[in-house]
Design a protein around this ligand. Sequence first.
Ligand code: ADP
Length: 488
Amino acid sequence: MDIIHIAAEVAPIAKIGGLADVVFGLSRELIRQGHQVKVIIPKYDCVDLSPLHDLEVDVEEFFTDFEGERYSNKAWRATCMDLPVYFIETMHPRAFLDRGKIYGCEDDADRFLYFSAAARDLIVSKGWSPDVVHTHDWQTGVVPTLYKELDGAKTVFTIHNIEYQGQCQPEQLTSIGLEGPQYLKPDLMQDHSDRAKVNLMKGGIVYADFVTTVSPSYAEEVTGWLGGRGLDPTIMMNRQKFRGVLNGLDYEFWNPQTDPYLPANFSLSGDHEHTLKNRAIVTKALRESMGLADEDRPIVGVVTRLVPQKGIHLIKHALYRTIELGGQFVLLGSSPIPEIQAEFEALRDQFQDHSHVQLELGHDEELSHLIFGGSDMMLIPSLFEPCGLVQLIALRYGSVPIVRRTGGLADTIEDVNYSEKPISERNGYTFDHTDANALNSALDRAIHCWKHHPEVWLRLREQGMSCDFSWERSAREYVGIYEDICAK
Ligand code: ADP
């Protein structure tokens, strides 16, 4: 099949979170399974061009209509680990894509409406006729609406996080050639909380031929009042074309056996002693790079966007609890929310000279790999989590996940003591509630096991490393969806 993904992020070159990993990993697996795949993303000025090969101009000039004027764009083409990526650069005087960041501008809705229209224009100007155009989250939620006017491609829309929905004025739809006010109806794109606005994620749900979200549990949660964030009635109305497909992980990129960011490589299949020795080298390098004391203590790692969804109060509590229990705590995170960033900067400064706690505030791909490969346990205490990739990466790199049982975390992590699954299928620690005691109930058990039952700990780590959350099965499920909608 011929599939085009249109998205705001793709790993590792334009990445804020899991969306980027999913677009990258799913696309590459679809290629491995014999399909033609392209990804179209914005050519932000902050794209990391270093992993790209053969970057060149593909279309010198093509046009997009915006607010009644015609603007010129340029398309670039490159490959990123064999994945063909097309970049849209715009000459629009508002420099929509040159903001030094991917999200967080006041006119984000205009920026991504323009990009969505330009992506459609690129496809048309190239004469491509994909079987399926697959779009992701609110930023490209308008694409299925744009596509309903073009014959040909079917559309799939994936909800990666229903928290961010992209509300805007109907006139902003008009600016890209749609009849904006016509969409201001409850069964179309009218926003549930501000009835004068349209909701771009809702448009994706209503107009796509099929809608997915990133885990079966989250698919369940978003049909409810709490999880649906106001879109639950829309999802219920469209449930015949809605399904949760568990994300996979790109096992070639996230591979501790070949990972170039690690100072020593290891794998489960290697000689046991060699694996232990090399993993210990990574742990030592992590301690050195973060300035932690080189002592025999369990390291609890956190790699996250610092937003309320991720359980900020529980992350802070875990820091203090880890010290109390004699562990070490490392955090790599950054926040788009100034108050949270400031709160963590204060915490970082407070622990600057501490030998068992260090916080690094920013986005750092290399350090994240070191934390996955060098920590003993990875904490993910999310209040909600559509799928979560951190726990999947942690499993693969031998860091035992400690997670709150919600969304995709519940679908992938089985508690070593309390699961109904056979012992051999258990791979971490879970807790249910959102208070400090609940977190303690899991963190305490993990640190106790690390300290007092090292042989059990090693077995648990190995069971985690042997889990298979590669993209293969999930990509086949997507292909099934693509085939079904194309057959209709
Ligand atoms: P979300 O998409 O909600 O941020 P996921 O768990 O699905 O959460 O994906 C997070 C991805 O972003 C993972 O690949 C993780 O390693 C990466 N990541 C998160 N924060 C950072 C950071 N500060 N530096 C480097 N990578 C990060």
